[in-house]
Design a protein around this ligand. Sequence first.
Ligand code: ARG
Ligand code: ZN
Length: 843
Amino acid sequence: QPIYLKDYRPPAWLVEDVKLTFRLDPTATRVLSRIRFVPNPDAPGAFKLDGEKLKLISAAIDGVPVEPEITDTQLTCKTPDGPFTWEAEVEIDPQGNTTLEGLYMSNGMYCTQCEAEGFRKITYYPDRPDVMAPFSVRIESDLPVLLSNGNPGKRGDAFAEWIDPWPKPAYLFALVAGELVAHEDSFTTAGGKDVDLAIWVREADIGKCAFGMDALKRSMLWDEQVYGREYDLDVFNIVAVDDFNMGAMENKGLNIFNSAAVLASPETATDANFERIESIIAHEYFHNWTGNRITCRDWFQLCLKEGLTVFRDQQFSADERSAAVRRIDDVLALRARQFREDNGPLAHPVRPQSFVEINNFYTATVYEKGAELIRMLKRLVGDNAYYEALELYFARHDGQACTIEDWLAVFEDATGRDLSQFKRWYSQAGTPRVYVTEDWRDGSYTLQFHQETPPTPGQDEKRSLVIPVAVGLLAQNGSELRGTEVLELTSREQSFTFENLPERPVPSILREFSAPVILHRNSDKAERLFLLRHDTDSFNKWEAARGLMKDCLTGMALGENTADEDLLSALADVLRDDTLDPAFRALVLQQPSEDDIAQTLFEANTTPDPTRIHQVSEQFANAFAAHAEGSLASVFTAMKPEGVYAPDAQGAGRRALLNASLTLLSRRDGGERAAEQYDTADNMTLQLGSLSALLRVGSGISQLERFYDQWADDRLVLDKWFSMQVALATPGDAARIATDLAEHPKFDWKNPNRFRAVVGGLASNAAGFHHASGKGYDFVSDWLIRLDPVNPQTTARMSTVFETWRRYDADRQDLMRAALGRIQSSPGLSRDTGEMVARILEG
Ligand code: ARG
Ligand code: ZN
């Protein structure tokens, strides 16, 4: 029962106004709705409301009781031809709602998650994003804190009212009620409006809000300064919730966060956690304009708000921290998740053409590749034209529910550019390959490009794309012959010639990773070592090291070579080079993940052996540790922290290099330094860095126990304790450790963070998950089968751990297919998981 983009029809009825009353009760909440409907003159049709798991108590039209027809998913009713007022009362069971979608309870607190289609579990409504209306809400409950969207209205004994003046689709509705305390602050907009800010948490977490609040204020200022976007309500509330399927949600004026995505203190959160929190706070805040004021016409257009908002949060982090480091991090994540997706059975376009369950399309492709498309567009039109187009977008479409066509039309109108070919990026799945060869004669240097996108499920034929390739040319002495220019590839074969060069240049291609493609170039080791030393583009400098390491590791996995001495020396040079940002040095030293090596081998038409990949990764790390022991020791000492911990980019960079050195040194000193660091660590970055260094060398048993005793009452830290043991276990132990941990009294499997810590932790341990015994597959599939009836969304998402099954040998393929088959045949399988498993098996 897929839904198709081509079948889109506008709503037959529009909503002018919504009034909701909630009488909260854990198992029998009553929701009263009063909705003003008007016929849509452009699309007349029957009156239909969405509704699921609702008990209808009563319904009336213009005050006259009616008896609608009801199915599991819809309500229909005879109505007047003209405008009318709909009133209904329904009963719902928040406590019994374990799906964490709609209105549910988490640790005694009421909260909601409506995107994409959760509002229909709250009351009967046209639950689609192109129906926008102002809402007012009354919450009746004894609980001390009662929140909803918009501005506060009347507050009395056991009730609170909220008025949201901005028309919004139902997916942005939110309600929270509980015993919460606030970390408060305020922000004055450029236009002089005072906004009350609050982060609402359980009392025990009040000390973990300061950083999130600071990130929020910086986000508000940044959006004013860079995009000219001001906040538009008197209050902005954020709530931290322990049980949450995703990272966070941008509900108008009331963002709801997974507590892991907002709560942080130096003692409990790592630098990486702080950085992620900053970017998620920014992301949700930025949605206020790109998502809320301008929303999506239908769910096929999800990338309209998500791609753009991810791009904006990436820009923000680049401005607030180090742009070079952030770009490398973003590309690492893109390759690890999106390239993996785009080159497997789940490949789909940034704007999908059909889906069974929309929740399955909140993917790396829609989000991260979607952001890459905006980045390319900006590069193609230039910065000024980009911001002019954005101004036009906000002016033209404020208050509307839009499409990718609307988005591109704004760019065409602002720049006069024809974007019809560029638009193919939105409809064509798969990662394009770009092959480059070169030619040098009489001072002219020619780069010949060939582009090709391999077939993806359901899309055999691929057309040429517009690919911006940023290129710079270096002289043999390392100076720049030509600064960065953007070459625009538009056809399958294309060449570009640089004239009048004094010498044969060394090309630096795809600088800043200017397009989400796989670049194939026969470049030798000498050229890569040269670029690692001299490239003026920091992304490509890093990329040179990455390419060398990938070549070396894949060669080792195929038994062709050992760890290369020239490479080890070059890495050691970077390690010692204190003119380079420590964060950058840490990134250069970071080895490609085992999954990345498997992906690379598969791309080269060889079958990856996860056990072997793990062995050679260890070998390489040992070889580098031996080669660079002295330098590692001095860098480790030089990076020792001074002063109080601050989660800023500079301090985080030093700690990243410190921990990277420590991890390698532990292979030499048996963990002596790591044990010392563990004992003296006064922040989670150093504590976790030393503990994981110990676990990697097969030690750390006593520290693990102490860690548990210290943090048994802190959920978020305990998630780390669960996940790291599994993620860092040896391949032979991983499934057993996961199985033991799943018996632990604190393994609360209905909590998505805890579930992901253990089950996702095992999947992240490539050699453990893919262990030839099949125990890894069994563990994961058993738990997916168990979780599915309770929480289909998290189950479906986690099922993607099997998306790479075709890469592997016949035995592993059989085992994975069997595991997927067991999931598929489990009785009453959800639509979410059913769709995923079928696509993984068939794609
Ligand atoms: N819009 C949210 C964000 O990007 C994510 C909501 C995802 N919800 C879902 N049901 N898949 O931050
Ligand atoms: Zn988003």
